[in-house]
Every structure is written in structure tokens, then in C-alpha cells.
Design a binder for this molecule. Structure first.
Ligand code: GDP
Ligand code: IMO
Ligand code: MG
Length: 423
């Protein structure tokens, strides 16, 4: 079997797009299986920057088949905009397929996402407001509109009517918002459906045949382990399963179909949105990471919260995802910081905590315990091998391996896909 899953090991934005682009170079298939346009994956290749939200990063390789699996929630407007942007950049869409079972993000999902966040006030989650939670909620409530419904005009009209009647009651009566217009949505979205119809198919069958034929398949993770609906920092999470298990339900494959799982992490930690973050820094080092690391969201432009690397989190990622190795990105961002710190465990009420707590209220009382390392000043952005890295940078990577309990197979030293060290 020739399959590999790439998974965010922290709170998202770990540089998955870049690693996926590197590994997609020889891939026959690249598959997105979870999340929606809340994702923002940046790929810097051949001097061009691509920002992808719904379309798998394999699209940049003309020979790779790209699948948006059944577990993804597809915003037709966003995907069509992204398709037109890619075509303008000379990228072909002939190998793009969207699963018939994928759920469709409708305007009322985005409206409800926004209204629910506003109503939560200080306890808002800080969502991307892309309608992700409300769309997955409809899927669970079994009233969602799937791709197959969307491209079947009479079914789409019927489902839109009944859903909108109900959603408008919530929008106006619960939140005091303005009702959305059925005819406007019907005509706009019917047009989108016509444009997307030719991409819709049963991708599960395609994938099964590809895996049986020993094709190289890359599963492209979105979000990150700590944003997982079950195992993340609930309720400050997304509404899907960004962990490796999510690929099974979201791409329609069995667990034995995944051979290798690479967890992608930064050499430090970031998070966008609200929720606990034990190693967060509100000092000059935090500012260095924000500015030098250009830590602004790809989807929302929000400044990301920054902090030291936390190996309690990485151990959780190794365990939950069954990681076979780690890719550590943005090692170059740490250049110039005199003393570096890595959290090895937490202390709570005088007791040592080695495993990430299930209850975030306990997490708030945890104080990280750090191991300190010497930094380096050399420019590492052109290093091609591990041995070319300064000794202090090598020590830092080896410490991650030891503390996380997992081999580091790739190291990012810059945003371009050539700025990568393979071990
Ligand atoms: P994703 O959501 O996990 O794909 O990550 P994002 O694209 O949202 O954010 C990662 C950012 O870091 C992007 O701007 C990447 O171009 C950039 N990046 C990725 N790897 C590296 C690296 O090794 N060094 C530097 N300096 N930037 C990187
Ligand atoms: P990529 O794939 C970072 C965060 C949001 C918010 C929480 C819930 O680029 O790594 P949602 O809109 O999903 O309901 O928001 O999840 N979030 C991400 N943070 N990277 C992402 O994706 C994210 N997708 C969602 O900021 O805290
Ligand atoms: Mg991102």
C-alpha cells in the first residue's frame, strides 16, 4: 500500500499546505476529507503563492487526481471562486472531483454562525464564520443538503424551502436577525449547482479502486488535532474530526487503507480563535514569532496567538493519530532568539501532568514546565541537510523527537517548498 495521511498536530496552520505540496509531487491522488472553507492552506511554489481553502493542494500538479471527500462541507460560492482564481493562475481543474455525499454550506449556515458567535459574547469560540458548525449540525440533524440533492433541481428546491422556513424562524425569532429570501438563494445557488455538477461523483469507489491498484494516495488534513470535536479543547474546537481517524469516515475508506501518518507541527505553537493555550507568550518572544513568522490567518487575516512549543500537545497528537513521524516547520522563525524553551509537561496543584487533560478548566490551572535550549543566529533558510543546520538547531530537533516520542522526518526552513530538509 502506498498511502499517507498528513495531519495538523497542533491548532491548525502548521504549514500543512507546504508539506502536502511537497509530498503531492509524486502522488496519483490527493484527498480532502474533513472541514470546509475554514481551512486556509498556503503553498509557495515556483515563485507563486497559492491560497487554498477547499481544493486539495494536489491541484497544482496537473497529473494528480484531486478529491473533495464526503466528509468535507462544501461552500459552492467559495469553491467556484477558488476554481476561477486557480484557472487565472494557469491551473487545470480537469482532475477535480467532489463526492456526491458531501454536504453543502448554505447562506443560512454562515448567517447562523455569525449570529451565534455574536450572541455568545465573551464566550464566543472565535469561529471563521464560514458556516462550518451549523452545516455539520444539519448533517447530524439529518436535514442537510448533500451534493446529490444540490444538483437535482426539484430535490434542492424542496429541501431549501423546508430548511429555510425553519432557519428563518431561528434567525428572526431567536436572534432578531433579518430573514433570508428563498427566491434569491434558489436562483443564485441553482446556477452554482449547474457549474459544479460535472465535478460530482462517488469518490469512495474511485479511491477504493486506486488504493487496490497501489496508487500513491495522499490524504490532506485540515485544521489540527487540538481542534478535533472529540479530543480537542472542547468547546473551542471545530465541528469535524481533523485527526487521522477522520479520514476514514470523511473519505469513505477503512482504517487499514492508511499506511503512514505524518503529523505536521511548527517549531513553536500558534492558535487562532479563543480557548486555552498553556504556552502562550505575551512578551517580546511572542512578538518575534508573530512578526518574523508572519502569523496572520490565511482565511480570516486574524493575528495568530503565539507561544513556545508544547510537547504535551505533540504526545497527544502522536497517540491520537498513530503518527509514524513528525514534520517540523518554521524552524527558521526561531533564528535569533537567544534562549529557546520547550514545554515538557505541566504542573497542577503541585502534581505533575504529562498527558493533555480532557477538561479545559483543569488545563487553565496547569503551568507549563520548560526545558531551555541555546538558540542560533545563523541563517538556516538555505540548509538542505540536517548536518548543515547549526548544532543548536540540531539539538532542538533531537529534543523534540525525544520529548514527543516520535521521529522527525521533515524540517521546514522557509515557506517555499524547496526550503525543506528530509531526514
Ligand atoms: P496550513 O493551514 O497548515 O496549511 O498552514 P497556513 O498556510 O495557514 O500557515 C502556514 C504559513 O507558514 C504559510 O504562510 C506558509 O507559507 C508558511 N510556512 C510553511 N512552512 C514554513 C517554514 O518552514 N518556514 C517559514 N518561514 N514559513 C513557512
Ligand atoms: P487550517 O486547515 C487554524 C479554528 C477557528 C476557531 C475554531 C472553530 O488552515 O489549519 P470553525 O470556523 O471551524 O467553526 O472555527 O477552529 N479553525 C482553525 N484554526 N487553522 C484552521 O485551518 C482552522 N479551521 C478552524 O479559528 O478557533
Ligand atoms: Mg491555515
Amino acid at each position: 500500500m502506498n498511502t499517507i495521511a498528513l495531519i495538523g498536530a497542533q491548532w491548525g496552520d502548521e504549514g500543512k499546505g507546504k508539506v502536502i505540496d511537497i509530498l503531492a509531487a509524486g502522488a496519483d491522488y490527493v484527498v480532502r476529507a474533513t472541514g470546509g472553507s475554514n481551512a486556509g492552506h498556503t503553498v509557495v511554489s515556483g515563485g507563486k503563492t497559492y491560497k487554498l481553502h477547499l481544493i486539495p493542494s494536489g491541484i497544482l500538479n496537473p497529473d494528480t487526481v484531486n478529491i473533495i471527500g464526503n466528509g468535507v462541507v462544501v461552500d459552492p460560492k467559495v469553491v467556484l471562486e477558488e476554481m476561477s482564481e486557480l484557472e487565472k493562475q494557469g491551473v487545470s481543474l480537469k482532475n477535480l472531483h467532489i463526492d456526491l455525499r458531501a454536504h453543502i454550506v448554505m447562506p443560512y449556515h454562515k448567517e447562523l454562525d455569525e449570529l451565534a458567535e455574536l450572541a455568545k459574547g465573551a464566550s464566543a469560540i472565535g469561529t471563521t464564520k464560514r458556516g462550518i458548525g451549523p452545516c455539520y449540525a444539519d448533517k447530524c440533524d439529518r436535514i442537510g443538503i448533500r451534493m446529490i440533492d444540490f444538483i437535482t433541481p426539484e430535490i434542492f428546491k424542496e429541501k431549501l424551502k423546508s430548511n429555510l422556513e425553519f432557519k428563518n424562524k431561528i434567525i428572526t425569532k431567536v436572534y432578531g436577525g433579518a430573514a433570508l429570501d428563498f427566491d434569491v438563494i434558489l436562483s443564485e445557488y441553482t446556477e452554482y449547482a449547474k457549474q459544479l455538477e460535472k465535478y460530482a461523483c462517488d469518490t469512495g469507489v474511485m479511491l477504493y479502486d486506486a488504493i487496490k491498484a497501489n496508487k500513491r494516495v495522499v490524504f490532506e488534513g485540515a485544521q489540527g488535532t487540538l481542534l478535533d470535536l472529540d479530543s480537542g479543547t472542547y468547546p473551542f474546537v471545530t465541528s469535524s474530526h481533523p485527526i487521522s481517524g477522520g479520514f476514514c469516515a470523511g473519505a469513505g475508506i477503512g482504517p487499514t487503507a492508511i499506511k503512514e501518518c505524518i503529523g505536521i507541527a511548527k517549531s513553536y505553537t500558534t492558535r487562532v480563535g479563543a480557548g486555552p493555550f498553556p504556552t502562550e507568550l505575551d512578551d517580546d518572544v511572542g512578538k518575534h514569532l508573530l512578526v518574523v513568522g508572519k502569523e496572520y490567518g490565511t482565511t480570516t487575516g486574524r493575528a495568530r496567538r503565539c507561544g513556545w512549543l508544547d510537547t504535551v500537545i505533540l504526545r497527544l497528537a502522536v497517540r491520537l493519530n498513530g503518527l509514524t513521524s513528525l514534520a517540523i516547520n518554521k524552524l527558521d522563525t526561531l533564528t535569533g532568539i537567544k534562549k529557546l524553551k520547550i514545554a515538557t509537561h505541566y504542573m497542577r496543584d503541585g502534581k505533575r501532568v504529562d498527558d493533555f487533560p480532557a477538561d479545559i478548566s483543569l488545563l487553565e490551572d496547569c503551568t507549563p514546565v520548560y526545558e531551555e535550549f541555546d538558540g542560533w543566529n545563523e541563517d538556516i533558510s538555505k540548509c538542505k541537510t540536517f548536518d548543515e543546520l547549526p548544532q543548536a538547531a540540531q539539538n532542538y530537533i533531537e529534543a523534540i523527537e525525544k520529548l514527543a516520542g516520535c521521529r522527525v522526518s521533515m524540517i521546514g526552513v522557509g515557506p517555499d517548498h524547496v526550503q525543506n530538509i528530509e531526514r
